[in-house]
Design a protein around this ligand. Structure first.
Ligand code: ZN
Length: 437
């Protein structure tokens, strides 16, 4: 089996970096090497050392002076919303009813689903993202299309058919029973096939009846190794409507708690307006709060209090995500640029190492997949992004005055987008340069 030897400046995190001087939180090699074989990283370190471990015929690719990092991870996105992104003038519930639900009805057509799944995965890879936790539409065909496309590319993705049986148009409704049956069939067909992971995906408490939430609970109990993903506490009208539909619940989080949906593999999109009790419940259960800054700003939903959630006595596990198409960009660099601003509006800062930790190891830990992705450690899957901090004229000019790695990362985050992504490796295969433009 042939192997590939990459050369460049390598950066991979070991833990959360407290400050920009917390050097033991990451591993950086100015002249680094990564040896890839059978889709995995088999050696990493100084290039001179890694080169010695390469076999004669290893293919050598020199990415100097660019940075090599683990591929970015997007912890929450909706692949059927590629033609919803950039829809004007609504808050969450109107945005769903006016734009999103009508668009998602198209995904009963398997051909349409396959086309959009292909274009979606092209787009995320173009932006340096190698793993997405994706919502499909309510239609089983949409999840089949997504997984088929993901499996063909050998990507590690997490996805699920949305469960929704009320408060939406007929074309995007299932029933409690059909959601259970379709989810079971999809789990049997796709979970664990290659690098595919299935997520049980009730859209949110507004669109699932109590019977359907019971079915989601049953699926979680029958498949405790699976992820569960849904939305929680995104805007005030949503919270009020949820409590009207579930009058016995203490609060929004209690709806999911009541149905047994909290846990270490449970991913809750948004979590903006949580009470202290709700945050405690998420923390106690190890549930993950998913920060979606471009979406939260675009829909005017509110400001996720990232640093307070991290620092509280019972801290929250946090992931970061685009939430396309409520989110406005496929790029995790653009996402963290907006995230920085949201955190600044809360009177706090996120340093550049913390940002890049979040996009890689942090999101891998939050998704419980850090054994496989999110680092450049030997044994990891070879999902790698190659970043160029001189990608545009403005970046080339600005980098003249950059003196440290922290400043370079912040430049990439603040000015970078898909143009700064020179190459992306998916399980060791060069996926960006392969792509038809
Ligand atoms: Zn969402």
């Amino acid at each position: 089996m042939t192997s590939t030897l990459l050369r460049g400046r390598t950066l991979s995190f070991l833990r959360w970096p407290e400050t920009v001087d917390d050097h033991s939180a990451w591993r950086y090699e100015d002249d680094g090497g990564l040896l890839l074989r059978d889709g995995r990283i088999v050696a990493a370190g100084a290039y001179a050392d890694v080169e010695k471990k390469a076999d004669e015929g290893a293919k050598k690719i020199d990415h100097r002076p660019h940075l090599l990092l683990p591929g970015f991870i997007d912890a929450h996105a909706h692949f059927p919303q590629m033609q919803v992104i950039a829809s004007h003038g609504a808050e969450l519930l109107d945005w769903l009813n006016t734009y999103t639900f009508p668009e998602e009805t198209k995904f009963q057509n398997a051909q349409h689903g396959r086309r959009i799944a292909r274009l979606f995965l092209d787009e995320v890879v173009r932006h340096g993202t190698t793993t997405v936790a994706a919502y499909c539409s309510v239609h089983r065909e949409s999840a089949e299309a997504f997984f088929a496309e993901s499996h063909d590319r050998n990507m590690l993705n997490i996805a699920g058919k949305v469960m929704m049986d009320r408060n939406a148009p007929e074309g995007v409704l299932d029933t409690a029973q059909s959601a259970y049956d379709d989810s079971k069939a999809l789990i049997a067909d796709w979970h664990g096939k290659g690098r595919q992971h299935y997520a049980i995906t009730p859209r949110f408490a507004i669109t699932s009846s109590p019977e359907q939430l019971e079915m989601a609970d049953a699926l979680c109990r029958e498949h405790p190794d699976l992820h569960m993903q849904t939305h929680l506490s995104e805007n005030h009208a949503e919270i009020a409507f949820t409590l009207q539909l579930h009058p016995k619940a203490r609060d929004y989080t209690d709806v999911y708690e009541h149905y047994g949906l909290l846990g270490r593999k449970s991913l809750f999109g948004h979590c903006i307006h949580l009470s202290e009790r709700e945050a405690d419940a998420l923390s106690d259960s190890g549930s993950v709060a998913v920060f979606c800054p471009t979406s939260n700003l675009f829909l005017g939903s509110g400001l996720f209090d990232y640093q307070r959630y991290r620092r509280r006595e019972k801290p929250l596990r946090i992931a970061a995500a685009t939430d396309v198409g409520g989110g406005t960009n496929y790029s995790m660099l653009r996402t963290m640029d907006e995230g920085y601003k949201v955190i600044a509006l809360n009177g706090e800062k996120l340093n550049p190492f913390q940002s890049f930790w979040q996009l890689t190891r942090g999101n891998a830990e939050a998704l419980s997949v850090v054994e496989k992705i999110g680092t450049l450690d030997p044994g990891s899957d070879a999902d790698i992004v190659v970043l160029d901090a001189r990608a545009t004229p403005a970046m080339r000019l600005r980098i003249e005055t950059v003196g440290t790695l922290a400043e370079e990362l912040f430049l990439l985050q603040t000015l970078g987008d898909d143009r700064a992504v020179r190459e992306v490796y998916v399980a060791g295969r060069a996926a960006k340069s392969d792509m038809a433009v």
